[in-house]
Design a protein around this ligand. Structure first.
Ligand code: NAD
Ligand code: WQD
Length: 351
């Protein structure tokens, strides 16, 4: 079992991944500024594990801090070393992820996402920890209308958020290809992660500005919003609404565990892997399934197309199947059930 640093490990994808890594027996240091998460998630991770009959109390350490703070981040690597526990690999989730916010605050997005990553990589190099799994995104691809997206499809992000993700991938490629040290790097390009752990104890922090489909669905189901706006019904798709590759967060977490095994076994490697299900569902199909399985009402209305949307974004995930021996197992039904099990308790908070 390995000693792992998870930056942003209390966020949506980080918390579910830490849960699965702890369940497998790994030991983790979580670094998180809590800018979009809460320390309570740490207790919840332990609770879910206890429920599964696993104790992780001595295998999880939390350090509150910002990855842009070099002194703080260095102390994390140094403390591990002093305790004879060298950090073997990093799972790097920490970052900002809202497309709309990134357009409003580009400097902040470049600073957090890129400067934070450069700090991290500098310290990893200094402390001889050169294995990393990076949270990349399907947002870096150039939109194509109907074909499955492959890792070698054209890249062309159209917003600041996407630009920061692509820049980090390029930076990672440079340090893999050039320089005198060997790195093992896996960029996981997530498609549309949704749902929650089936315990309902951890999930996504739906903040007030979340404008992704599932947070809005939850808001409507919780009657915090009268009707769901569907952006466009004239797209060249099966029913005129956009098609996406929604992936259950637990499947995504398990993909990280497999990617981690992969980098732990390699000295020099660079992989870009699409992480999706390979299946696409339209907005109307998602609404229908959510209503059906949760027995709730989801009124909706059509609005014009949303700026920046593409009609069809679905992964060809055969490379991940080959390299990680991984494939997504959970259905859209489970995504809707689990998202609501988590989201229905959010009636009193912002959602
Ligand atoms: P999230 O906001 O839930 O988690 C990110 C975590 O990082 C949060 O806990 C936040 O507090 C922390 N954080 C942010 N800035 C930090 C900093 N400077 N220092 C330390 N901690 C910091 O987001 P998520 O959905 O879990 O996404 C995780 C990663 O995956 C992000 O890098 C995101 O860009 C990427 N990603 C997310 C999606 C998605 O749809 N959720 C899709 C593709 C890629
Ligand atoms: C899904 C579909 C909307 C809200 C985003 C980021 C991407 C990645 C995942 C981080 C689209 C439609 C939505 C609503 C709607 N994140 N929709 N009404 O845009 O595919 O991807 O999240 O890396 O970078 O761009 O996800 O959930 O916003 O939208 O009709 O109120 O739902 O038009 O077709 P998207 P989404």
């Amino acid at each position: 079992m390995a000693y792992i640093l998870a930056t942003g490990g209390l966020g949506f994808i980080g918390s579910h991944t830490c849960l699965e890594l702890l369940a497998l027996g790994h030991e983790i240091i979580i670094v998180d500024s809590l800018i979009n998460s809460s320390k309570e998630t740490l207790n919840k991770i332990n609770e879910v594990l206890e429920f599964r009959g696993i104790s992780a109390i001595n295998r999880i350490l939390f350090k509150k801090g910002d990855i842009r703070d070099l002194v703080f981040l260095k102390s994390v690597f140094q403390e591990a070393l002093v305790n004879n526990k060298k950090i073997e690999a990093v799972v790097h989730f920490a970052g900002l992820k809202s497309v709309s916010d990134s357009i409003l605050a580009p400097i902040n997005y470049w600073d957090v996402n890129l400067s934070g990553t450069i700090n991290l990589l500098n310290l990893m190099d200094k402390y001889n920890c050169r294995k990393i799994i990076f949270s990349s995104s399907a947002t870096i691809y150039k939109p194509i209308n109907s074909k499955l997206i492959k890792e070698n499809s054209d890249l062309n992000p159209i917003n600041t958020y996407g630009n920061t993700k692509l820049a980090i991938e390029k930076l990672l490629y440079d340090i893999y290809k050039n320089g005198s040290t060997k790195w093992a790097i896996v960029n996981l390009r997530y498609f549309n992660p949704v749902g929650a752990d089936r315990s309902g104890l951890i999930g996504e922090n739906y903040n007030i500005n979340s404008n992704n489909l599932f947070p809005i669905l939850i808001k409507v189901a919780n009657r915090k919003l009268d009707s769901l706006p569907v952006f466009g019904n004239d797209w060249p798709t099966k029913d005129g609404t956009c098609v996406r590759d929604y992936i259950h967060i637990t499947d995504l977490a398990i993909a990280h565990a497999k990617a981690l095994n992969n980098v732990l076994q390699k000295n020099k490697e660079f992989l870009n892997l699409n992480i999706g299900t390979g299946r696409g569902f339209s907005v109307l199909e998602v609404i229908k399934k959510f209503k059906e399985v949760n027995d709730c009402d989801i009124p909706f209305h059509f609005l014009p197309r949303r700026n920046g949307d593409a009609p069809f974004v679905v992964a060809d995930n055969s490379l991940a199947n080959t390299f990680l021996k991984w494939e997504a197992k959970k259905s859209l039904k489970e995504m809707c059930l689990d998202a609501w099990r988590w989201g229905r308790h959010k009636t009193k908070s912002s959602i």
